[in-house]
Design a protein around this ligand. Structure first.
Ligand SMILES: NC(=O)c1ccc[n+]([C@@H]2O[C@H](COP(=O)([O-])OP(=O)(O)OC[C@H]3O[C@@H](n4cnc5c(N)ncnc54)[C@H](OP(=O)(O)O)[C@@H]3O)[C@@H](O)[C@H]2O)c1
Length: 287
């Protein structure tokens, strides 16, 4: 992984560091010389990251903080922590999960739960760090979106709509903060081997029920996801991208797609007439 020494001694706050991209970026950024505020909603899960840090004598670079992004109280505690002089140079809004199922069968509270984490959680934590970054007129906010932020998939509308909302929020935020020297970026990963496809995923129990009118369609989607499991990318690719954005003096672009076939899928969707695009998707799933 590349390193640029002049940006060491900066502090990076990462949400959701108990597993996946969050855990790996906390470790690799600490290894690259950054000070890390590793936040997670359940500090009992810090042992995996702690073990990796201890092995490489990096423990002193990392401060663990309890943070549930869905709780304003928890975010207020973060603000109190930052108020004690613990500045943040880079915020990585990483915490998230995926909710699937067919829209008719998904309770509105399940949509709200998805948005509480993937959208309002990002907004809450961003609001907490902004006063500190704005005062310094310097900072980076990197939001982990998804290919699902640019392309809709059936059977995944809570996740897809939450990531589309994150895209719109980040676009506005970038334009608001540019004059204050704060760069906003979106990472748009394809499918990577993390817990999001196992413990990080929830599916509407109705759509998986054999009595559901969507059952066959949902099964086809689940089968497609299962078949794709062997092609899941190495999460280190995403971490490399994060590291390179942290190392740059300025983040020049808003969007950073990453992963096998991601750029191609985004371009093809943009180029094809919608009628052709939807025929291809539905035919692939309901062959
Ligand atoms: N992996 C992929 O293929 C992929 C593709 C595109 C985008 N992404 C995005 O990448 C981000 C990280 O996911 P991942 O793939 O690394 O999955 P992961 O291994 O499941 O990690 C998700 C992290 O988010 C945390 N989290 C969930 N809800 C939270 C909350 N309310 N407050 C604080 N932390 C919370 C989880 O904590 P717990 O351990 O406590 O649950 C966990 O640390 C997500 O935003 C996801 O949408 C992933």
């Amino acid at each position: 992984m590349s390193q640029f020494p002049e940006f060491k001694e900066q502090t990076v706050l990462i949400t959701g560091t108990s597993s996946g991209f969050g855990l790996l970026s906390a470790y690799h950024l600490a290894k690259a010389g950054y000070n890390i505020i590793a936040s997670m909603r359940n500090l009992e899960k810090k042992s995996a990251l702690l073990r990796m840090l201890e092995k490489d004598k990096l423990k002193e670079r990392v401060t663990f903080v309890e943070l549930d992004v869905t709780s304003q109280r928890s975010v207020d505690q973060l603000t109190a922590f930052l108020d004690k002089g613990n500045g943040v140079d880079v915020l990585i809004n990483n915490a998230g999960f995926a909710f699937g199922g067919f829209s008719e069968e998904i309770h509105i509270d399940e949509y709200k739960e998805q948005f509480e984490t993937n959208v309002f959680g990002v907004m809450r934590v961003t609001q907490a760090v902004l006063p500190f970054m704005r005062e310094k007129r310097r900072g980076k906010i990197i939001n982990i979106s998804s290919i699902s932020g640019l392309i809709g998939f059936p059977g995944l509308s809570p996740y897809v709509s939450s990531k589309h909302a994150l895209e719109g929020y980040s676009e506005s935020l970038r334009l608001e903060l540019k004059p204050f020297g704060i760069d906003v970026a979106l990472i748009e990963p394809g499918s990577y081997a993390t817990n999001i496809w196992t413990t990080g995923k929830k599916v509407s129990k109705h759509s998986l029920n054999e009595g559901s009118p969507y059952h066959a369609y949902m099964r086809a989607i689940e089968n497609e996801l299962q078949a794709g499991e062997k092609n899941l990318g190495d999460p280190d690719q995403v971490v490399s991208l994060l590291l390179s954005l942290c190392n740059q003096s300025q983040i020049k672009k808003l969007r950073y797609p990453v992963g096998k076939g991601v750029k191609l899928s985004i371009s093809v969707k943009r180029m094809l007439p919608w009628s052709v695009w939807e025929r291809v998707i539905i035919k692939k799933l309901l062959k």
